[in-house]
Design a protein. Sequence first.
Length: 130
Amino acid sequence: MEEHKQVVTSYGEVLENAVRFHYYLKNNESIVQKLSQYTHWYYFPEKDSFAPSLFIGYKDNTYNSEPSHGGDGRETEKALAKFFLKLKPRHEQQDYFINDLYKKLTHLLKQHNKNLKRNAVIHIRKDETL
């Protein structure tokens, strides 16, 4: 049994996980199957891409370790809050930039025949705030 995973402590670790997530998204069906299950998505402007908290919030996460790390998202949300701000859900705001991010995320999931959860939210880097 794998020991409890440690949460990320630097933005570099988060970004590495996001890059790894997109590699797996292209090469691993188990990640694709989970796309509609994720609620908290994080936007990476330097890659113009998104990744979910449960994948990017633990150190050195892989598609094998993601289901076995024992976390439920609360500890990853706390760790990621050091670097990101949570945006309002798409149905609660009218900002063009935010709406565009939700459209991009929806498009990403549609490319894999998946739908974005109705209660999904996007988080952006604190230094990228509006």
